[in-house]
Design a protein. Sequence first.
Length: 148
Amino acid sequence: MTRTVLFVCIHNSARSQMAEAFVNASCSDSLRAYSAGLQPGTLNPAVIEVMREIGFDVSRNPAKGVDDPEIRSRDYDYVVTVCDEASAEACPIYPTRGERLHWPFADPSSFSGNRKDVLARTREVRDAIAARVHAWYAEMLPGYTQSR
């Protein structure tokens, strides 16, 4: 049986998109991910770049809202908010029967500085999300080994 997870953040432009990509690439045999935001924006260019560096093309992913019909049409086994602690109050609460989890990650849209610094910080978030996804999946499925 394939379980479903919805990753939710404010804009669906960075963290939730990365988490969705990692789950669907590594855990698709028993877990299908979706993502959405409270106020959907546009994909963060730094996120597109750092994901491409490791073989993920998220450039054509739409930023979806929690009210998007595709998102609303499902019940989710898990809903994971990925907002940072500073934005946790604004992070959407999604109605579902599933288990709710909160994984706080810094928001790449808040990073400032030169391009090199922004990309470096975005890579840190990317790698932290990937590690958290793989650790979570390993908790749910003993014997799991990371494939990507």
